[in-house]
Ligand binder design. Sequence first.
Ligand SMILES: [Zn+2]
Length: 185
Amino acid sequence: MHITEHILTNSDCYKAGRTIKPKGIMVHSTGVAQPDVNVFLKAWDKPGVNACVHAFVHRGGVTETLPWNWRGWHAGGAANNTHISFEILEPAGHTYKGGTMIGYDPVKNGPYFQQVYNTAVELCAYLCEIYGLDPERDIIDHAEGCKLGLASNHSDVGQWFPKHGKSMDTLRADVKARLKGVNRR
Ligand SMILES: [Zn+2]
């Protein structure tokens, strides 16, 4: 897993300078068909933007955009005080209606998904090791955060993962296996 550091030092979130003691990881996807991480880095690295995550997961690997112990603006709820967050970039070609993907082609996007899913698993395992997190207990997505009362009402990543036979349960199991040394490549 390749982590590139590109801290969003011009964002209001970064400048707020609040830190957290990470107690979990919240997984997001961007909700837009835009696989180019530079578009997000440009759009978010300026004042007046109301969102900031700790990292983006994309085809080129991981781009870290806040120090892991910074307080991010990703959940729209209390998870901002406890959770490290990352956005997985979605491939090009689909649109959205409400929280549902329209015109998404799982066959064409299969290799893309497998790559970013694997990178997300690796990043979660890396963060679990650093912060002593339990993958089964401490990793949730935005939608699960909402059900727990920790985040705003978004559908990510449950609107996307099942199109490829994956879910937060498979992700948690894959992270756990990786931490145990199974599945190491
Ligand atoms: Zn989200």
